[in-house]
Structure formats: C-alpha cells, structure tokens
Design a protein around this ligand. Structure first.
Ligand SMILES: [Zn+2]
Length: 111
C-alpha cells in the first residue's frame, strides 16, 4: 500500500472507531510510515520535534500505543528493553543484526 492509501486507511479507521484525527496523530503516523528502521519512541520523537516543537515524548508513546491497538501500526518484539514500532503492516519477518541491532524487513517465506 502506498503512503497515500495508508493515510486514507488511517482516516477511515479513525472515523469508524471514533478516534479523533488530530494534527499530531497524523504527523506521528506519517513519520512512522516514512521510517523504515523500526524506530524507538525516542528516535521518532526527535524526528518529529522540528515539525511539532510542542510535542512530548509521552504523547508520542501514547499515540503509538493507541494506533497499535487499532491495528494501524505494529510493535516489534526485540530483546531490547525499548519498544520499537513500524508502519509496515503487511505480513513480514524481521532479520535482526546481532552486532548493531539493526532490523531489516524480510518478506515472503523463510527458505
Ligand atoms: Zn518490519
């Protein structure tokens, strides 16, 4: 799905489930869609700061949790203590580098 389709999907889900579409929510969602490194909340927060100077780390965290509950974003299970999120919702696997912790998306069956 393209970013445009995902944004339309986002609006539809919000409308259906009575979730307010705020500027902040939209920007957080859009930023995650454009991030392919499965960022932590903190990383995403720093990327959003230039656009949303008044946003707090807590708001980013709460928004991502809400979006996750509505199936709009995914939480990535890792052995790290910090949660990592992604906008990719098509079924896929993760290859996690043991040295640097980098997470790469991997589509299709594992050979
Ligand atoms: Zn992924």
């Amino acid at each position: 799905m393209s970013v445009k389709d995902r944004l339309r999907d986002f609006e539809e889900v919000c409308r259906k489930e009575g979730l307010k579409i705020t500027h902040q929510r939209l920007e957080i969602f859009r930023e995650l869609l454009n991030s392919h490194d499965h960022p932590t909340v903190e990383k995403l927060y720093h990327r959003l700061r230039p656009k949303l100077p008044t946003i707090s780390l807590d708001t980013v965290y709460r928004t991502l949790t809400t979006l996750e509950q509505h199936g709009l974003v995914g939480r990535v299970e890792t052995e790290e203590s910090q949660a990592r999120f992604e906008g990719e919702m098509e079924e896929h696997h993760h290859a996690i580098c043991k040295k640097c912790g980098k997470i790469t998306d991997f589509f299709g069956e594992i050979p």
